[in-house]
Every structure is written in C-alpha cells, then in structure tokens.
Design a protein around this ligand. Structure first.
Ligand SMILES: [Fe+2]
Ligand SMILES: [Fe+2]
Length: 172
C-alpha cells in the first residue's frame, strides 16, 4: 500500500514524464518541418519512450493501491533557434528529470517504502543512460560546429548512436 505522500510524489513524476513526452514530440515536429528527418525520428522515439516511463508509473501506482492521476500539462516550446539549442534543452531537461528521480528515491527511503525504492532503481539507471546519450550528442554537435556537411551526416547517423554506460556494461 502506498502512503499518501508517495502517491503524491509519484503522481507528480507521471506529469513530468508526460511533459517530457510532449517536449520531445514538439522537437520532433520542429525537426521534421526543417527536413531533418533523422533528428525528427530520434525525437519521435524519445517521445514514445517518455510515454512508456509514464505508463510504468501509472501501472505501479494503481497496482499498489493508489490512484494514478492524469493531469493538465504545460505546453512545450515549439520552435528553436538551432538544432544545437534544441539538444542543449534536451540535455538540461534530462538533468532536471534526474534530479526529480533522485528526490523521489530520497523520499522513498525517508518513508521506508522499500518496494517503491526498488521500483525507482529502473529510473535511476535509465537517467544515467539518457544523460550519457545527450552528452554524446552534444559532443558531436560541438565537433560539427557550423559545417552543413557535418549536419547532413549527423542527421543521417543520429539513430545509430548508442551509448554504453557503466550501468549497462557487464563486468569482464
Ligand atoms: Fe523519462
Ligand atoms: Fe528522458
């Protein structure tokens, strides 16, 4: 059974994941109308993943005797100065989400809710990966600079970018 406090903070995370999904959906649309097809596909995929994160929380809350609450969402930014700015915003947003997850982990321990604490570990690993991915992308963008040919290749190859992090690597 979830405490009222845990139910409330998990419901808040549902809203954050839903807003993340909308943010990346808006980025996908911006990239698509700019003809950046690879970037658009990447963002559509990110948007779907955020929806999955949200659904996982919804199932958990309802299964544990709480009530998942679907709320109004903040409208995302729909246009960007550059694709670089867009990816910087993605990175900053992921940092914000990681902080929110860390706070949830902290509260679950305070409340001695070990089931929720265990459930949240999946999100902790996921955030390590998402931050690493965003960092890798920003490094590539900084290498490209203003080079149009570089942007062409980046747009073509972005969906092949995979990041192995310490959390996903199996020990030797
Ligand atoms: Fe997420
Ligand atoms: Fe994310």
């Amino acid at each position: 059974m979830l405490s009222k406090k845990i139910e409330e903070v998990l419901n808040n995370q549902i809203r954050i994941e839903a807003e993340s999904s909308q943010i990346y959906l808006a980025m996908a649309c911006w990239a698509e109308v700019k003809g950046l097809e690879g970037i658009a596909n990447f963002m559509f995929k990110q948007s779907d993943e955020e929806r999955e994160h949200m659904l996982k929380l919804i199932k958990f809350i309802n299964e544990r005797g709480g009530h998942a609450f679907i709320s109004e969402l903040k409208a995302p930014d729909v246009s960007f100065k550059s694709f670089k700015e867009m990816f910087e915003m993605l990175f900053e947003h992921e940092i914000f989400v990681s902080e929110s997850i860390n706070e949830l982990v902290h509260i679950s321990l305070e409340q001695k809710d070990y089931a929720t604490h265990n459930f949240l570990q999946w999100y902790v690993s996921e955030q390590i990966e998402e931050e690493a991915m965003a960092r890798t992308i920003l490094d590539k963008i900084n290498l490209i600079g203003d080079d149009k040919g570089g942007l062409y290749l980046f747009d073509r190859d972005i969906n092949q970018l995979t990041v192995s992090t310490a959390s996903t690597m199996s020990p030797e």
